[in-house]
Ligand binder design. Structure first.
Ligand SMILES: Cc1ncc(COP(=O)(O)O)c(C=O)c1O
Length: 351
């Protein structure tokens, strides 16, 4: 049963379907810290194969996955190049600094997308006074960039440049599955440009818990030790891995529905005076829009939408995010669009 409320705050709010719950219930489990959970092992093998990497590691969250990778690739005093609004830098509680002693050099992208020309002068000279430029982290799709798909040729260019300069490449692929479905480009084709890739099962794929990192066997062995250090070694983790496996088998292709539903909502935003789609073109399941101050603040808009049974997220004082996902049907997307079109005529203007 769905709540009558249409919750577009995030693709993390999904609840496991009855079929996924059945798969979780039937999961074979063991102690994964001993490497004895066959469901976790099966998931890790599947993820490694999908990403074309030697090995993968199941972890509790996307944040832990990214931060294990940052730590495994760096030494304290190293620097990471990343886009200014990326999740690893903005939304992971300062973890590169706090956990790895890594500074972040941020570069403003075009809705999260960097061009290699913006990176070319960012490598610090080899000099005792300077931090050591070590790692490049990209995000695909880019959350704060409005769900933008990273053009593959831009990634390839950044990777060739990084290789020439001995830099390591990491991908935050929390929504790589969305990029894959939006373009038809397989996950391994994206992943081959990176030393490490993090993917999430608990977002668009609708699993209750879990992410994975992938890379060389040696890298994953180092990552496993860091996972233990961070308290992420789980015991009968197959209960969670079974949901992730089920999601990989049944919920990838249907992301195309989420993308279509996002278009329905984007059209309503485009049709509503005082709202501006930003970015103007919606590529995947995230719809960001700016609220004209004459209409009110994003908080006022969200409060009005909530009164009509529609929940959204507020990434900024004038910015609203709506996110489609597994628990939103086409009918609900159409209803959300109707609410946006009609309810926002009655927003209380800012004082
Ligand atoms: C792009 C991106 N990376 C990483 C994460 C972190 O995932 P988690 O919430 O599982 O820590 C998120 C979460 O929304 C995300 O959007």
């Amino acid at each position: 049963m769905h709540d009558p409320v249409i919750d577009l705050r995030s693709d993390t709010v999904t609840r496991p379907t009855p079929a996924m719950r059945a798969a979780i219930q039937a999961a074979e489990v063991g102690d994964d810290v001993f490497g004895e959970d066959s469901t976790v092992n099966q998931l890790q093998e599947k993820v490694a194969a999908l990403l074309g990497k030697e090995a993968a590691l199941f972890v509790p969250s996307g944040t832990m996955s990214n931060q294990i990778c940052v730590k495994a690739h760096t030494q304290p005093g190293d620097e990471m190049l990343c886009e200014a609004s990326c999740h690893i830098y903005v939304n992971e509680a300062g973890a590169p600094a706090a956990l790895s002693g890594v500074t972040c050099r941020t570069i403003e992208g075009d809705y999260g997308i960097l061009d290699v020309s913006q990176l070319e002068d960012k490598i610090r000279p080899d000099n005792d006074h300077q931090v050591r430029t070590r790692l490049v982290a990209l995000e695909n799709t880019h959350n704060r960039g409005g769900g933008r798909v990273y053009p593959l040729e831009k990634i390839a260019d950044i990777n060739s440049w990084a290789r020439r300069h001995g830099l390591i490449m990491h991908l935050d692929g929390a929504r790589l599955w969305n990029a894959m479905v939006a373009t038809g480009i397989p996950a391994s084709e994206w992943a081959r440009h990176f030393d490490s890739v993090s993917v999430c099962f608990s977002k668009g794929l609708g699993a209750p818990i879990g992410s994975a990192l992938a890379g060389s066997r040696e890298f994953v062995t180092r990552g496993k030790r860091i996972r233990k250090m961070l308290g992420g070694g789980m015991r009968q983790a197959g209960m969670a891995a079974a949901g992730a496996l089920f999601a990989l088998e049944h919920h990838v292709d249907r992301l195309a529905d989420d993308h279509q539903h996002a278009q329905i909502i984007a059209q309503a935003v485009a049709d509503t005076p005082g709202l501006l789609l930003d970015p103007p073109d919606v590529e995947t399941n995230l719809v960001f829009f700016e609220v004209d101050p004459d209409l009110g603040s994003s908080k006022e808009v969200a409060a009005t939408l909530k009164k009509h049974g529609l929940l959204v997220q507020l990434p900024g004082p004038q910015t609203v995010r709506a996110c489609t996902h597994l628990d939103i049907s086409k009918v609900q997307a159409e209803r959300a669009a109707e609410i946006i079109r009609h309810a926002l005529r009655h927003v209380v203007p800012a004082q």
